[in-house]
Every structure is written in C-alpha cells, then in structure tokens.
Design a protein around this ligand. Structure first.
Ligand code: ADP
Ligand code: MG
Length: 227
C-alpha cells in the first residue's frame, strides 16, 4: 500500500460568479504534498494562486473535487470542525502581514493561542517567546508594528503563524512587499524553520529569485497545473 500523502488535492474546481460572468478560477487541480515539504506555487497574477491557498488553508471550499488533509476530506467537516482545524493546525502568512496595529509584537504573536483553550497561560508564554526567538525579534518584543521594518513585520507574522505549532503553513506572496535582501533573509528563515520544526510550507510567489531557491515548484497557469 502506498503511503498516504499529507495533503492531496483531487480534481479541484472553483468558480466565482460576478453578476452575469463566471470566472473559472481553478480547473481541475490535482497534486500531493508530503509532510515536511517546502513548496512554491508559481504563476502570473490571476492564475488562481490565492484561490488555491484559501482552499488548502480551509478558508474556502471547492465547488467540486476534494482537499484531503492527512486523508480527511476537509469539505466534509462541519463549520466548527473546520475552524478548529484551521486554528490549531494551519498557520497563515499574508502578503500585507495583517498585524493588529494597537498590539505589540508579543501580543500579536500571542493572539492565535488566546482562542485555544487547551493551551495554559504558562505554556502560552513559553510558546510565544520561543516563536519570537525563532524569528530573532526578542529585542523588539514590546514594539508596535509601526515601529518595525517590513521584514520585521513579516517575521512577526511568521512567528504568529508558527506559535500554534501548525502542521501546515500557507503563505500568500509573503515577500511581495519586501526588498530583495530582506526577501533572501526571509527565505533563509523559512527554510531553517522547515528543517528544524518539520513544518510543511506551501507559499505562492512570482519572484524568480525565490523560485530558484526552492526544490519543489508547482506552476499554475489559468487555474490548472499543466504537466
Ligand atoms: P492569483 O492569486 O494567482 O492572482 P486569484 O486566485 O486571486 O489569482 O484569482 C484567480 C481568478 O479568479 C482571477 O481571474 C480573479 O479575478 C478571480 N477571482 C478571485 N477572487 C474572486 C472573487 N472573490 N470574486 C470574483 N472573482 C474572483
Ligand atoms: Mg493572489
């Protein structure tokens, strides 16, 4: 028997309706990811990258086809089960960082743990500090986001994504707003975390420099992965 993949997409379709027009954003996408994979999803603007990441991250559901996480069809879960899966096992990193401006670095990273009743206050503090150390932001612990550089803000977002100890981290163009030096340091950090924490990473990009550093690349074109 072959080993069950960590993540499997099986003939996934997604359409958006805009008044009279229907946009067929994903047209039968299938692929497998193994646990611990570090994978870039590459394609021009409008090719369906964000749509695909939203499905993988359980933020949205396919019209047809299946998204299987550790063999479980995520679209068969109830809304509650799906939000629990999302909150406890999936981390997100967005292009625009999405930090809460009135919260400092520590508080931003702590946020996802506050909605997880299983983590005690003591363990929460330990995990927050560890995540902040992992992204080397301890000196900025009490800084508000507007006192940080773009690269530092994105590192806060990474710490926030990792603090729940997720199985999977999904990142939508995480380096799009960063200069090239910062981009390279950020990719070093993601590769190190992938190696050290064995977190599975799936991120979209159209940055050629970034693709060159990733062994596994999926090329999305007009909502499909041409072989
Ligand atoms: P990418 O992230 O690669 O730029 P998207 O997944 O955002 O691609 O978009 C794929 C296609 O779906 C595009 O044609 C886009 O205009 C369309 N689309 C994305 N989101 C929506 C939406 N909420 N409503 C209508 N059309 C959408
Ligand atoms: Mg996008």
């Amino acid at each position: 028997m072959s080993q069950q993949p960590f993540l499997r997409l099986d003939d996934v379709h997604k359409r958006y309706r805009l008044g009279e027009t229907v946009v067929h954003a994903l047209r039968g996408v299938s692929f497998d990811l193994q646990q611990g994979a570090f994978t870039a999803l590459v394609g021009p603007s409008g090719s369906g990258k964000s749509t695909l990441l939203n499905l993988v991250g359980c933020l949205d559901e396919p019209d047809s086809g299946r998204v299987l996480l550790q063999g479980n069809d995520v679209s068969r879960l109830s809304d509650n089960e799906r939000s629990r899966l999302r909150n406890q096992h999936i981390g997100f990193i967005f292009q625009s960082f999405n930090l809460v401006p009135v919260l400092d670095v520590y508080e931003n990273v702590e946020l996802p743990l506050l909605i997880n009743p299983k983590v005690s206050a003591g363990e929460r503090a330990e995990r927050v500090l560890q995540a902040i150390r992992d992204v080397e932001l301890e000196p900025q612990l009490r800084h508000l986001p507007d006192k940080l550089s773009g690269g530092q803000r994105q590192r806060v977002a990474i710490a926030r994504a990792l603090v729940t100890h997720p199985l999977l981290v999904v990142a939508d163009e995480p380096t799009a707003n960063l200069d090239s030096g910062t981009t390279h340091r950020l990719i070093d950090l993601l590769l190190e975390l992938n190696d050290k924490r064995k977190v599975t990473f799936l991120f979209s990009t159209h940055d050629e420099k970034l693709m060159a550093r990733v062994a596994h690349v999926l090329h999305l074109k007009d909502g499909a992965l041409p072989s």
